[in-house]
Design a protein around this ligand. Structure first.
Ligand SMILES: Nc1ncnc2c1ncn2[C@@H]1O[C@H](COP(=O)(O)OP(=O)(O)OP(=O)(O)O)[C@@H](O)[C@H]1O
Ligand SMILES: [Mg+2]
Length: 217
């Protein structure tokens, strides 16, 4: 990277520092996974490199399927960083509660369709939350943060993906998230078909019950 490139801090995450920068006049994001001192240095660098590569490959694969996600511009496994284009919009987490119900329904239907495209293509995201979704004008939803993604069309993995999303909605938002989940499921059904959608959502419900049962023990 040109040493004169100006980095502006965008976000300090649990795993990475993110900066905005300008590349040939385009606004971009640099995501650099940071060292975790509670891991040994050797294991730490192995995990960060693995997640960096995983994120880059999955983001690119998702885009090829037609999922809205940032465009990957550069991968640097040496310093555990990627560059991608900046998505101009608002973070779903910050706008869901104040947004009108009908707009929220549109957002969740759109996002359900996007997750459906991802699952149809044999990829599970691994960290579906409203902190990993940007809403761009026209309620177009962009998926971020593919560091935990994997290739799978196993019903168990798909069920976990959907269950984690539902659980994150319930723990993050104050409104009735069941209505959001219904809208999400409608969009999801449109892209995966009713039989597959029923099977996957049923699996998510079984996983949720299993989780509650284990928590009670
Ligand atoms: N391409 C992008 N365009 C615009 N904003 C982005 C982009 N990528 C990430 N962000 C912003 O940075 C935040 C953190 O990104 P990301 O989720 O990839 O990192 P993280 O380390 O997992 O962070 P956290 O631990 O908070 O989840 C996002 O919630 C979003 O606000
Ligand atoms: Mg994130």
């Amino acid at each position: 990277m040109d040493s004169s490139t100006k980095l502006t801090l965008l976000h300090r995450g649990a795993e990475a520092d993110l900066f905005t920068l300008v590349l040939a006049r385009w606004k971009a994001v640099l995501k650099r996974r940071i060292r975790k001192t509670y891991r040994t240095a050797e294991l730490d660098v192995k995990i960060r490199r693995e997640r960096t590569t995983r994120e880059a490959l999955a983001m690119h694969a998702a885009k090829r399927l037609g999922v809205r996600a940032p465009t990957l511009l550069e991968v640097n496994p040496e310093d555990c960083s990627i560059k991608m284009n900046f998505i101009d919009g608002v973070l779903a987490r910050n706008v869901i509660d104040p947004t009108s119900s009908s707009d929220s329904i549109t957002i969740f239907e759109n996002f359900g369709r996007q997750v459906g495209i991802l699952h149809n293509g044999g990829i599970v995201h691994g960290d579906l939350t409203t902190s990993n979704v940007i809403i761009a004008p026209g309620f177009r939803t962009f998926m971020l943060d593919f560091g935990m993604s994997s290739h799978s069309d196993e019903i168990e993995d798909i069920g976990v993906d959907l269950h984690l999303f539902e659980r994150s909605l319930a723990t993050t938002h104050t409104r009735d998230t069941r209505a959001f989940m219904r809208a999400f499921s409608k969009g999801y059904r449109e892209t995966v078909g009713s039989a597959q959608s029923q099977k996957s959502l049923k699996k998510a419900a079984v996983i949720a019950r299993r989780g509650r049962y284990l928590a009670l023990r």
